[in-house]
Design a protein around this ligand. Sequence first.
Ligand code: GUE
Length: 285
Amino acid sequence: MDKIVYGNVIAQKVKDQIKVEIDQLKEEGKRLPHLVVILVGDDVGSKSYVAGKEKASIAVGMQNSTLRYEDTISENELIQVIQELNYDDNVDGILVQLPLPKHIDTNRVLFSINPDKDVDGFHPYNIGKMLIGEETVLPCTPKGIMKMLEEIGYDDLSGKKAVVIGRSNIVGKPIAQLLLNKNATVTITHSRTEDIEKTTSQADIVIAAVGVAKLVKGDWIKEGAVVIDVGVNRGEDGKLCGDVDFDDCIDKVKYITPVPKGVGPMTIAMLLENTLEAYRQREDK
Ligand SMILES: Nc1nc(=O)c2c([nH]1)NC[C@@H]1CN(c3ccc(C(=O)N[C@@H](CCC(=O)O)C(=O)O)cc3)C=[N+]21
């Protein structure tokens, strides 16, 4: 059914294009873009996401290094590693997989990344540029969502009401900003919001990014709305599921993204795009 927006299909198109560009660099005998992923500890989810990023970057022909550390590594040791990568001319992108262990101050670590190599778009310098509408690296998941909206012809959001569920730094806040930059009227709802469903049921676009399995039900959604599901949860049956009760919403929506095969693969494709872009900017300097 074409109301289901398959992120994996759009992501593949993006990756095919990146591969063409990297093949070209190879042919010219150039240095290849290099992504370094830092993984601390052995969280099962993080390990699987990092494996996905490794596989995808290799598939398009990039250099990839995944650095793995015990969760006993200190904050200063981690920052030391990042500083070395900042000065390594053969490194274009640095990604620190989140969440980090509790004894590490995540913001201090993210601030230590050279903003030119910040392929996650999490450095406050880049977040600030996004906020004021300057061209800059965009966080991968929000960027991937905007790309999906573009694909279904939702690139001008003038007059549209968008409701974001969740206010994380990596999805909720930045996606709200990007929607605003496209002229949507944006509402952010979260755990302290009363009657979330009253707000969502007026929305033309709902972005669910809270991490609560199947939270969003059919009666939360206006007839003909677009529903983007950012959740990655394990359901009661152990299967991967989103923040949206897909089966309950499908009859109401104009478009909906599935989980898996929705936003997740887009996140990885945007990471590769950001890495190639960081490479090009650095080569041009
Ligand atoms: N610094 C940082 N950057 C991130 O981008 C980041 C992070 N930390 N921490 C965790 C979240 C989560 N995330 C996902 C990426 C791909 C899929 C993905 O490809 N999912 C597949 C299925 C994978 C499976 O089957 O397990 C899908 O939805 O089809 C999901 C989730 C990136 N994150």
